[in-house]
Ligand binder design. Sequence first.
Ligand code: CP
Length: 310
Amino acid sequence: MANLSVNHLLGIKNLTEQDLQLIFETADNFKEVINRPIKKVPSLRDITIANVFFENSTRTKLSFELAEKRLSADVINFSSSGSSVKKGETLLDTVNNILAMKVDMIVMRHSSPGAPHFLSKHIKANIVNAGDGTHEHPTQALLDTFSIRSKHKKIEGLKVAIIGDILHSRVALSNIFALKKLGAQVMVCGPNTLLPKYIHTLGVKVELDVLKALQWCDVANVLRIQLERQHIKYFPSIREYSLYYGINKSMLDKLDKQITIMHPGPINRGVELNSDVADSDHSIILEQVENGVAIRMAVLYLLASSKRAA
Ligand code: CP
C-alpha cells in the first residue's frame, strides 16, 4: 500500500501531489463507508487520539472526533479553556502530559502560527495541524479541494477565486498550495489592505473587483472577515465591506455561467455572503462539511498506516 511522504500533517506546503491524490482516493473509500447504515470500520482500534484545541472550533473539532470514532480509535478531547494552561502550564508540558497517558496522535488547533511545527520537533506522536493561527489549515484545504473534485470531476485547469480576508486566513494559504499543486488556476480577491504583501510570490492572480473575480472563476471560495485577528482597521466598516465585497444572488444571476460557491464556515451571513447565495443551489457549503469527515478519516488512517509500516 502507498504511504504519505510525511509523518505529520503540518501543512499542505510540504505535501506532494501524490500525497494529495492518495488522500483523495482513501477519502473516496471512507465516504462510501460513512454513507452505509453501519458507518464504522475497525481500522484504528489500536490507536488513541487526543484532540487538543487552544482556539474555538465547531466544524473541525466535531469532524475530527467523528472521523476518529468512525475509525474505532479511542478519543480524548482537551480544550485550553478550563485547563491547567490557565495556571501557566506550557504547550510542551501540556502535550507531554497527554502523551504520558499513552496517546498515539495529537490533533491540534492553536492561535500561534508554527505551534504544531514546534511540537513535531519535540514529540514522537504524529501531529495533525487543525489550524495554526493565520498560517495553515491543511485538512480544510483537503476537504475544499476534494469537494471541488467531487462537484466538477476535476481540479486541473479549473479557475478558483478565493475572495475575502486573505491576509488573516490560514484557509487561503493552504488552499492556494493545494490548488496550485493540483493544477488549478488561482485568483485572490479582496481589498488591498486584506491581501498580504507577499501574495505575488505564490503564483496567483490578484483582483480587487469582486464582480470581475466572479466573472472569471468556475469556483468562488468565500472567506470570513476575521475580526478577532484584526487589531487595526483594515476597512472603514462592516457595512462598507459588505457593500463592496459581499456576494448576493443578483450578482450571480448576472453572470453568463453557473459558478460554485464555497465557504469554510463559520459564515457571517449578510457580510461576505447573503443567505440567498449561501443556501442556494450554487452552494456546496454543507457538502464541504460532509466531505470533511471522510478527508479526516483518510488523513488519520494514512498517518497511522505509515507508522505501522515503519
Ligand atoms: N472551517 C473551520 O475551521 O471551522 P471551525 O473554526 O468551526 O472549526
